[in-house]
Design a protein around this ligand. Structure first.
Ligand code: GLN
Length: 190
């Protein structure tokens, strides 16, 4: 079982490092052909507009979309979560290429200017009782989740920061930057 990490832009190296440290075979994915060798794929944080455009340019959108949640278990962190959302709201929401595979409504850069980036402890019971350090970097907000979506974590004001729909997982924070491998381990078990 090889875990693909979409490596077009963003912090894919950090995901690669943490997966290596727990002994999971990884493959940096840049071409459609490489997808044939993976049954899990991480879409990293970065700039969702850029990643989406590059995915379109390299013909990666359709093959990922076709397998998402079925033969391909997907995890999007931050920008990755934006790309997985079926409904993007806010400025420029409609003109960015996206996978649009998960029943969540997401608003980009939604924490407001002074809170663009922050760190807070996140309770995420599926990975254990101990909270995880949540690193939020110009994070989006998951404003709504459909019936089939299980909310896995919220922060203080009830904002959803992690959710799962079958074999689709999203986090709006960056577990790969917190030195805590529990979300990666959870993803490997989905
Ligand atoms: N602000 C970025 C976007 O809208 C996401 C930031 C991130 O991935 N850390 O694409």
């Amino acid at each position: 079982m090889t875990v693909g990490i979409l490596a077009l832009q963003g912090d894919f190296r950090e995901h690669e490092e943490i997966l290596r440290s727990i002994g999971a075979p990884t493959l940096l994915v840049r071409q459609p052909k490489q997808l044939e060798h993976v049954d899990r794929l991480i879409i990293p944080g970065g700039e969702s507009t850029t990643i989406g455009k590059l995915m379109a340019l390299y013909h990666l959108l359709a093959p990922i979309r076709q397998r998402a949640g079925q033969t391909l278990t997907l995890w999007g962190t931050c920008a990755g979560a934006i790309l997985m959302s079926r409904q993007l709201v806010g400025k420029h929401a409609s003109d960015q290429p996206a996978l649009a595979v998960m029943d969540i409504t997401v608003r980009r850069n939604a924490f407001g200017r002074q809170l663009d980036s922050f760190e807070t402890m996140v309770q995420m019971p599926v990975i254990g009782a101990q909270p995880i350090a949540g690193v939020f970097i110009r994070a989006p907000i998951i404003e709504a989740a459909g019936d089939g979506v299980e909310v896995l974590a919220r922060i203080d004001d009830d904002t959803i920061v992690a959710a799962r729909q079958g074999r689709l997982l999203v986090t709006t924070f960056h577990p790969e930057l917190s030195g805590d491998d529990r979300v990666h381990r959870y993803f490997l078990e989905l």
